[in-house]
Design a protein around this ligand. Structure first.
Ligand code: ATP
Length: 255
């Protein structure tokens, strides 16, 4: 493999007249856990969407293992192993936790070429078995037959994680995975993410506001401010950077 696992090269993203990302470059090496941080409105989610393929950059390139993937759609990136987290809106609310994960397993089988079509009337025992193991793994076994709409916020975040992992990503992308969680749920979620990516050798791209989570999970941090990359480095380098302290961490009790 030449160059980084995944890189964003000189990304610009405009919403009409508004320049949201300005010349942003960053890299993800295999096995790295790269956390994108910055104040509200800095452009984190926008950059995340450009990396996952949900948004096309106005200028610049996304390169994975030497290939320019800037023009490939989100589902094509999922095939390459870029696993964007399923968002709450994409969980099928009327379906049970088990069925939601089964859909994700079937989606993966479909792009692996193991099934001709995405949808079928009922999942195979193999799919049900894998989905059940995934729920067990994430501590959701007791919610197996509960409709997603009746699952609490923290558990639904774990369900999204289970669905993302069912795609067997090489890069897991999580946009604020602990947002809205209680401190107890957050601690458990961090442990879970840490264990799963360690055990499966998955690289991670994460946006996160909670500095505890950032420093527990991140091996590399990139700081955005007003759509510009301020610094990218190890947690220690970022923690020590005076500009970062000024614009962001300095305002945070955890810094
Ligand atoms: N669809 C859109 N159309 C126009 N402007 C947008 C759109 N989406 C986001 N923006 C603007 O782009 C800027 C960056 O938004 P973004 O959501 O990427 O920031 P963020 O760093 O993720 O913020 P937060 O931490 O609050 O989630 C903001 O000023 C936002 O208002």
């Amino acid at each position: 493999m030449t160059g980084p696992f995944l890189s964003a090269e000189r990304i610009h993203l405009d919403y009409g007249q508004i320049k949201v990302l300005k010349d942003v470059s960053l890299t993800l090496e295999e096995g790295e856990r790269h956390v994108i941080i910055g104040p509200n409105g800095a452009g984190k989610t926008t950059l995340f969407k450009v990396l996952s393929g949900e948004l096309r950059p106005t200028a610049g390139r996304i390169v994975m293992e030497g290939d320019d993937i800037s023009r490939t759609a989100g589902y094509q990136r999922v095939r390459r192993g870029v696993g964007r987290s399923f968002q709450v809106a994409r969980v099928f609310h009327e379906m049970t936790a088990l069925d939601n994960v089964a859909v994700a397993v079937e989606a993966r089988q479909s792009f692996e070429g193991r099934k001709p079509g995405f949808w079928r009337i009922s999942a195979t025992p193999e799919v049900i078995g894998e989905a059940t193991r995934m729920l067990d793994e994430l501590g959701l076994a007791n919610l197996r037959d509960t409709p997603a709409s009746a699952i609490s916020h923290g558990d639904r975040k774990r369900l999204e994680l289970a669905m993302s992992l069912a795609l067997r990503p090489r890069i897991l992308m999580l946009d604020e995975p602990t947002a809205g969680m209680s401190p107890t749920d957050r601690t458990a979620a961090v442990k879970l993410i840490d264990r799963i990516i360690r055990e499966n050798g998955i690289s991670l791209i994460l946006t996160e506001h909670d500095m505890g989570v950032v420093f527990q999970l991140g091996t590399r941090l990139s700081v955005l401010n007003y759509g510009e990359l301020v610094v990218s480095g190890t947690p220690e380098e970022v923690r020590r950077n005076p500009m970062v302290r000024e614009i962001y961490l300095g305002r945070n009790a955890h810094a």
